[in-house]
Design a binder for this molecule. Structure first.
Ligand SMILES: Cc1ncc(COP(=O)(O)O)c(C=O)c1O
Ligand SMILES: N[C@@H](CCCC[NH3+])C(=O)O
Length: 416
């Protein structure tokens, strides 16, 4: 996390002190770095510079409109999974013609809105969805560009909840059925076949499962071509991992070089849908220690961020770094479980962390820019964290904290 570093005994985001951000905006607060987002996006676009490509940032990783706007200005496309994500992309100035719509459960009204906006392509995930899309496009008096998302049955060797390319997963169409589904698609009047797609999972730290999947998808491309169905693009999804603790995932340039070796000189545009590798290490979560509860068995540090703000440790046993914003003398350190105020035993951000801390100290939860705020909730009727974007020596509030009034807005009791 090179954009978040210590200077003179204090943690900074770029040139802005995290203490100053916490004092001004309160905690818990997500802090993002524009420079990091830019660097991570460019790692993809520069490695593909001389190759036909479209890098569609996976909006689910971090859909803050300020984040989307920074990526839109860099020329990013976007991978969306709902009409809500589409509206956010459009509000952020994203180009609809670079939007790809993934997801197993697209609703007819979402399809209609995406057609109206003029998106690039739908990644169709089932035969039933293909028929509905054909009908909706017909009703809209238009033709839908599609890829089929195929399930190549490749083990991504990641956490089971974020593995998506195995037969037992709900995603995509069995790659062996795909030729027949393409034939069916080619007969439908309101469907235009443009590509093929697969996404095998998230937080992959090795390129071999990607290559395995790519080889299987290329075999399908060749089979389709023999049947007279020519594709314009191949979308390999997202999934490249990041360093949270001591993982050593390949750099995007290394990953892309490996893909290009497989692609050879085929006439296919390469589409990628990275989320985590762009956003995770471009953000942190700031939280303040409220109470210390040392005990015989365990020492608990109760902080003001909870599983409703950052659910990854509770949901995937994910490890995130937790560092003091202003470190104290190490001699006073003890092992703490860093827990939130939510009434769940699973409400923790980290366990057994050696830290020298006192009440009111600020802690920085690292690698939180992806699947942090976007997976947050109002559980326990807690408001949501603020979101701040740091740009050099400036900090901008890109989402205000929810007020208590926001938490009851729009709800009502029965009149009698
Ligand atoms: C279809 C699709 N594309 C892209 C992504 C982004 O994945 P990642 O954040 O691991 O790059 C996901 C999430 O795993 C996904 O389901
Ligand atoms: N939310 C997951 C990854 C996304 C999976 C989406 N297909 C995580 O935090 O690791």
């Amino acid at each position: 996390m090179t954009h978040f570093s210590y200077r003179d005994g204090e943690l900074f985001a770029e040139k802005v002190s995290l203490t100053a951000i916490a004092e001004r905006y309160g905690t818990p607060t997500y802090v993002y770095s524009r420079a990091a987002l830019t660097e991570h996006f460019r790692a993809y676009s520069e490695a593909l510079n001389d190759y036909p490509h479209l890098v569609c940032y996976a909006v689910k990783a971090n859909s803050n409109i300020g984040v989307l706007n920074i990526l839109a200005r860099l020329g990013a496309g976007f991978d969306i999974v709902s009409v809500g994500e589409l509206e956010r992309v459009l509000a952020a100035g994203g180009d609809a013609s670079k939007v790809i719509f993934s997801g197993v459960g697209k609703l007819p009204h979402e399809m209609a809105r995406a057609l109206e906006a003029g998106i690039h392509c739908f990644n169709v995930e089932s035969e039933a969805e293909l028929e509905v899309l054909n009908e909706v496009a017909g009703e809209c008096g238009t033709v839908a560009n599609i890829s089929l998302r195929v399930n190549p049955d490749v083990d991504a060797k990641t956490h089971p909840y974020i593995s998506t390319g195995l037969k037992e997963n709900k995603f995509g169409i069995d790659i062996h059925r795909a030729p027949d589904v393409y034939s069916r698609a080619s007969e439908l009047p309101n469907i235009n076949i443009v590509g093929v797609d697969c996404h095998i999972g998230s937080q992959l730290t090795d390129t071999s499962p990607f290559i395995d999947a790519l080889q299987r998808v290329l075999a399908l491309v060749d089979e389709l071509s023999a049947r007279g169905i020519a594709l314009q693009h191949l979308d390999l999804g997202g999934g490249l991992g990041v360093r949270y603790q001591n993982e050593q995932p390949p750099h995007p340039a290394e990953y892309i070089a490996a893909l290009r070796r497989e692609l050879g000189d085929r006439d296919l545009t390469l589409v990628l849908e990275p989320g985590r590798s762009i956003a995770a290490n471009a953000g942190v979560l700031l939280t303040r220690v409220q109470y210390l509860k040392p005990g015989d068995e365990k020492n608990f540090a109760i902080v003001d961020a909870a599983m409703n703000d950052m659910i990854r440790p509770a949901l995937y046993q994910a490890w995130l770094s937790i560092d003091p914003v202003i470190p104290r003398e190490e001699g006073n350190s003890r092992h703490w479980d860093i827990v939130g105020p939510v009434c769940e035993t699973g409400d923790f951000l980290g366990k057994d962390r050696a830290l020298a801390i006192e009440p009111n100290d600020l802690l920085c939860v690292g690698s939180s820019g992806a699947y942090g705020f976007t997976m947050s909730s109002n559980y326990n009727s807690r408001g949501r964290a603020a979101e701040i974007m740091v740009d050099g020596d400036q900090a901008y509030e890109v989402r205000q904290r929810e007020s208590l009034a926001d938490l009851i807005r729009g709800e009502t009791i029965l009149p009698v």
